[in-house]
Design a protein around this ligand. Structure first.
Ligand code: GDP
Ligand code: ZN
Length: 314
């Protein structure tokens, strides 16, 4: 029989003995089992011998094809993993669409260098950075506007939110819908409050699956995806605050990860321009014209130093 993928509804109609392949997303892996979301169901899947032997690695976020075990309603076996769009090491997830960078307007003050570090990391991995400023109720319009203007030239989506007043929450939810996003942010910025504001009906995978798994629910090493609805996935990560610039970025590539620099690069006099002290630099010109935010440029220079240091240490 051919490989078939189908939706949960089709599945109901055709699951009549013959072994069929369904397609779903791995929500979590735990002690040899993978929990695969398909439609509104969660299947506990093991690996087939061939996959176990090959030491194939499966990650939360992976799209997989799996078969239903005869007689088992929610037990399956993973047959194949579909090609990945991207793959992160920390947190270990695959097929990420968005990195939601959560910062606070105040208490704590936003760490613009960390935000830019995360945008570079996201851009390098082919993931859209989404910037979300929480606690807007603590600052005036002017300050909100100031932060918005820093990222507008880069073209990143920016959301001005408050979990206290509800400002911006609906817009953020729309941005998350139908995608797989990771929420990154230092403690205190309101990550837990934001998770609760986004949904009051968290479908924690641990609550849905067998007792076998429940015993292991304190294993924080394991990344677990939350399902906002059937098409929307969200993961929380504590592991981003001390992120280094990826060491395989070369010095001339760094500026390409700043979208507001990108359109100007061909106007620099030198093709090798690093936009530091070279004459006739179009990036510095845009900075002088106020078309690039000073903080973005300064952070670019700081990261450039890091990249050059890393090149030297090889
Ligand atoms: P986490 O450490 O990032 O998970 O942050 P929490 O959700 O625990 O929030 C940290 C503190 O910020 C708590 O005292 C929250 O009540 C407060 N907080 C969260 N969101 C907002 C907000 O939008 N406005 C204000 N003023 N305080 C908030
Ligand atoms: Zn230049």
């Amino acid at each position: 029989f051919g490989v078939k993928s189908m939706t949960a509804n089709q599945e109901e109609a055709t699951l009549s003995g013959a072994e069929l392949l369904l397609e779903g997303t791995i929500i979590k892996g735990y002690s040899g089992f993978y929990y695969v979301a398909c439609g509104d169901k969660l299947y506990e899947c093991s690996l087939r011998g061939k996959n176990r032997k090959k030491n194939v690695k499966f990650l939360p976020g992976d799209r997989v094809q799996f078969s239903i075990l005869p007689g088992a309603e929610k037990g399956g076996a993973i047959e194949a993993v579909l090609p990945r769009k991207n793959e992160l090491l920390r947190p270990p997830v695959a097929n990420l669409d968005q990195l939601v960078i959560l910062a606070a307007m105040y208490d704590p003050l936003p760490d613009l260098r960390l935000i830019d570090r995360l945008t570079v990391f996201a851009q390098w991995n082919g993931i859209m950075p989404v910037i979300c400023f929480n606690k807007c109720d603590l600052v005036d319009q002017c300050e909100q506007q100031r932060l918005l203007e820093i990222y507008r030239p880069a073209g990143f989506p920016v959301f001005l939110c408050s979990t206290v007043t509800g400002q911006g929450i609906e817009a953020l939810k729309q941005c998350l819908h139908g995608k797989f996003s990771v929420l990154a942010g230092n403690s205190g910025v309101g990550k837990s409050s934001m998770m609760n504001a986004i949904s009051n009906r968290w479908q924690l995978a641990t609550g849905e699956i067998s007792d076998k798994l429940k015993r292991g629910k304190h294993t924080t090493r394991h990344v677990e995806l939350f399902r906002l609805d059937e098409e929307t996935l969200l993961a929380d990560t504590p592991g981003f605050s001390s992120l280094e610039i990826p060491e395989d970025i070369k010095r001339e590539e760094l500026c390409r990860l700043f979208p507001e620099f990108l359109s100007r690069l061909e106007d620099c006099r030198f093709a090798t321009c690093l936009h530091r002290s070279e004459p006739d630099c179009a990036v510095k010109e845009a900075l002088a014209q106020g078309e690039i935010a000073p903080s973005r440029y300064e952070n670019y220079l700081a990261f450039l130093e890091e990249v050059i240091q890393q090149e030297r240490s090889f």
